[in-house]
Ligand binder design. Sequence first.
Ligand code: HEC
Ligand code: HEC
Length: 220
Amino acid sequence: MKSLLSLLLASLLSVFSLPGLAQTPEAQSLLASVLALKPNAERGEAEFVAQACSACHRKDGSGKSAGNTPRLSGQHGAVIIKQVLDIRSGLRHNPPMQPRVTEQSLSLQTLADIAAHLQALPISGTIAKGPGSGVARGKELFAKDCAGCHGANGQGNQATFVPMVAAQHYGYSLRELEFIRDGKRGNSNRAMASLIKTYDQDDLLALADYMAQLPAPQRK
Ligand code: HEC
Ligand code: HEC
């Protein structure tokens, strides 16, 4: 696996000037310091279980198809780290998980190790699909409004902290889109949030339907 450091340090400065990151300078420098650690994916595999992440996200990182727990396998390491730090600080609202990722319970090195493990995990397990009726409309909307940041195949972008949204559980994606629209996710990219506010519920259903059936992107 390529080190997160080499992938990221070059782009970090430009990321800091991206509009829409609601992070404080302290949060940004904390994020940079985790990205600068040398991760050990093997240790991360054990810690994912030891820290009980696997109790909710499953051992294979596939999440829960029925509920609100996302698939983490294959997700960009930088995205995992940013989201966990945002959850820790409360910027992203996640009461069930927050107690597991406090400063006392989860060290920064362990977080870096877990992120490296998850990024390298193949996508397996069941990914819950939507009804299928919204796929055509979702495809159109995604190409027009989302692909610019999330990539044509929903692959996301490690360097700009944009999550992979392909092959994500329908229920989870729909829930996040509603949170983003209603301002409940806390850390949503602002440009995305203003866009999604203009969508109606059928548009959100269609987008979640489309993203859930997108195949897992090929890793480089
Ligand atoms: C009590 C259950 C629970 C535990 C334990 C838990 N999580 Fe979560 N996690 C969740 C839920 C639920 C969400 C989604 C919340 C939402 O809807 O926004 C989530 C979201 C995430 C996200 C954001 C994913 C994304 O696509 O944005 C990451 C990353 C994550 N968890 C990593 C971890 C790690 C690492 C651990 C262990 C240290 C952990 N989680 C432990 C329930 C849990
Ligand atoms: C300006 C860039 C940008 C655009 C445009 C954009 N997004 Fe996002 N999106 C992001 C970023 C960045 C995040 C991560 C949230 C954060 O930390 O700010 C995100 C997060 C998400 C998430 C949550 C993923 C997860 O794993 O929790 C979903 C779902 C999503 N976007 C869907 C969409 C859809 C659908 C569209 C088009 C309607 C869209 N986005 C347009 C940048 C963008």
